[in-house]
Design a protein around this ligand. Sequence first.
Ligand SMILES: [Zn+2]
Ligand SMILES: [Zn+2]
Length: 222
Amino acid sequence: MIDNYIAFLAPHLCSGCGTEGVLLCDSCKNDITEEPFLYCGACAKRPAGKNGICKECKVPYERVWCIADRRDHLQRLIGNFKFTNTKSASTTLAQLLHDQLPDMPASVIVVPVPTISPHIRQRGYDHMLLIARQFAKMRGLSMQTSLRRATTAQQRSVGRAKRIEQAKRAFTCSKSLDPEKIYLLLDDVITTGATVKYATKTLCDSGARRVWVASISRQPMD
Ligand SMILES: [Zn+2]
Ligand SMILES: [Zn+2]
């Protein structure tokens, strides 16, 4: 309701073309979906092979999807959502995942990559939790908040080596997980790939045997 009130005061603008009334118009959505990300989700360098991973990358998850490059409309849409309080962008981003990801078996459990607590306090919400909840509802899948952040280290402003070092200790999982289920990790952007790699390892340490990864965007880091 508060979001509707804010929308009344300051109408939503398309992140691509600025059209009033929507956060992403159909035409700008097409711009994103007609150029899907075709590289390996782990290294972003070599063409994706089977399951979104190239032949040379060894990762603990079975498959990965990245919807598109993190640039232009998609970058602005994610950026607005994370750093200004456009809470309703979660619906737009969940819908994008719903439209672009393939059908999944009913045994899939959606697990959001949790946001660090200073960012939750600053924004008033955990943006990936909002997206995961809506995506799971659209798909009729269940959702679990199995992962917790073990540290409050910020990933945004540090270099590659430090990001990887931080990611190794970033998560804990308090639940014991079902080896028969498939855990689908959801994140908004894959940068070095370290976050989803160590999030997957944490799930596997708690009993998961099958982990898939879906990210809204992929950022090549060079
Ligand atoms: Zn537009
Ligand atoms: Zn690769």
